[in-house]
Design a protein around this ligand. Structure first.
Ligand code: HEM
Length: 166
């Protein structure tokens, strides 16, 4: 990315811009964690259980999330907890990424940076929709693989935005 655009071409470099930059770094980190969380979901086949959305068998927070002992095993071995964590981070991103996008509208950005921000929001919408579709259809391979590919594209979009705002 540095080779493609060696210089920062955004017209402004003020307080707002710095806060936008920090926000985009934080979101990129959260998306990285989300991708790891997705690996846990696929790893223990947690997508084959709780195939409803937004509720998990009628609960927003399933009662069995701390069923296993010791407690920390739940984050890796309990289908309910692993899937709940994946959904929870998705909700957080569904709130934070549009907030980031609205904030980005208030700053004067170069055309390419604006495109990167728009693409980031669009990719989040596509990725969350693919995730929900994968879950509701009980993990058919074409949808699951698209969701997997979508994660790469979303992470790439977040990196691009962070790079444009550096
Ligand atoms: C920012 C949003 C999301 C990202 C970055 C993300 C990322 C991922 C990744 C990387 C995987 C692992 C794929 C694999 O290794 O095969 C995965 C699996 C999965 N995700 Fe997501 N996900 C997101 C949102 C969602 C949402 C909203 C849902 C549904 C409520 C969901 C449901 C699933 C399911 C069911 C699987 C398991 C698929 C399988 O077993 O192959 N995801 N996710």
């Amino acid at each position: 990315m540095g080779l493609l655009s060696p210089r920062n071409d955004n017209p402004e470099s003020n307080e707002m811009m710095q806060s936008l930059r920090r926000f985009s770094f934080g979101l990129t980190l959260l998306i990285f964690i989300m991708v790891l969380s997705g690996g846990f979901v696929a790893g223990i086949r947690a997508g084959l259980a709780y195939n409803t959305f937004p509720f998990m068998n009628g609960h927003l927070i399933p009662p069995e999330i701390f069923m296993l002992e010791p407690w920390y095993r739940n984050f890796f071995d309990n289908m309910a907890t692993v899937q709940f964590d994946h959904r929870l981070i998705a909700w957080i991103l569904a709130f934070l990424v549009p907030l980031f996008w609205f904030k980005s509208r208030k700053v004067e950005l170069s055309g390419t940076t604006r495109i990167a921000c728009n693409l980031f929001l669009l990719m989040l919408v596509i990725q969350i929709s693919l995730g929900i579709a994968t879950l509701l259809h009980i993990v058919p391979v074409p949808l699951a693989a698209s969701h997997q590919g979508g994660a790469v594209l979303l992470f790439a979009a977040a990196l691009w935005v962070s790079h444009r705002l550096r």
